[in-house]
Design a protein around this ligand. Structure first.
Ligand code: ADP
Length: 258
């Protein structure tokens, strides 16, 4: 039930009563709305890996195929992106289920530095197109226990957002800080920032501060909802610190051992 209350004031400013507007949004209607919005947005979420596969295939067909080393490298990326696409489809289909029952992790040892490197490869074109500076962790290896593709998805969503919401010439810094038995993965940008009032709702499905801007950059409003669930499935937590017009820093704090 949605309620809006407004004072009803007489000619001399005296309070005559209260007007109450009650609006009934039943659970069913809300669910239907969520479902149709969800379906409408799924196609956007699938766009990133498809764009990557398409881009690398085109580069190969444009002549990069002649170069044996490039051929292997690009095919490797295309293969990994198709695998990721497959997992992403599963993730999206399962998103609503993950909200209720956590799907168990397939734990492995993950070198987060390598994962960040892959993410950087994926966004490189956009980074170059926007003339952004992307600073990566200096370490060669930092290991945690977790599910590699999920950790990659977490970092990719955060870095993609940083790329989308940072104007040309800006800087994005990915850093790793070990704090005892925890690892803090931070993605910091010098972008448009987020107003304080929007911070509490940021991780809700489909919540976007600026719908137009989000859509233009291929956003779905699902990215951070997915991030939150994936982080929580690793018993981690996510924090955000932002200043409008200055930039944003997302910090994922993960236990190193599950
Ligand atoms: P979207 O697909 O719209 O980017 P997300 O769930 O990833 O959806 O993010 C939700 C909203 O949070 C975005 O629409 C944007 O308004 C805001 N946002 C996320 N990351 C950043 C960032 N690094 N800088 C500024 N705003 C951000």
């Amino acid at each position: 039930l949605d309620a809006h209350l407004a004072p009803y004031v007489g000619e001399n400013g005296e309070l005559k009563g209260i007007v109450a507007v009650l609006h009934d949004i039943t659970d069913i209607r809300r669910l239907e709305k969520m479902r149709s919005e969800f379906i409408a947005n799924v196609s956007h979420e699938l766009k990133t890996p498809i764009t990557s596969v398409k881009g690398f295939t085109e580069t190969l067909l444009d002549g990069a195929m002649e170069d044996e080393e490039a051929l292997h490298h690009f095919l490797d990326i295309i293969h990994k992106e198709s695998e990721r696409l497959h997992r992403l489809i599963n993730d999206i289909l399962h998103l609503s289920k993950i909200e209720q029952h956590m799907i168990p992790l397939e734990i492995e040892n993950v070198n987060v530095v390598e994962v960040v490197g892959r993410v950087a490869d994926t966004v490189r074109k956009d980074v170059e197109r926007k003339g952004l500076e992307l600073l990566l962790p200096k370490e060669r290896e930092v290991w945690i226990e977790g599910q590699k593709d999920r950790i990659q998805q977490i970092i990719l969503n955060l870095v993609s957002n940083a790329v989308s919401y940072t104007p040309e010439g800006g800087k994005i810094t990915v850093s790793l800080v070990e704090r005892g038995d925890q690892l803090a993965i931070s993605v910091k940008d010098t972008g448009i920032g987020i107003a304080k009032k929007d911070l509490p709702r940021l991780f809700e499905r489909f919540y976007r501060v600026d719908k137009g801007r989000s859509r233009n950059s291929g956003g779905t409003g699902l990215g951070l909802a997915i991030v939150k669930h994936l982080v929580e499935s690793h018993h981690g937590k996510i924090e955000v610190d932002s200043q409008e017009g200055k930039g944003t820093e997302f910090t994922v704090i993960m236990p190193k051992k599950q």
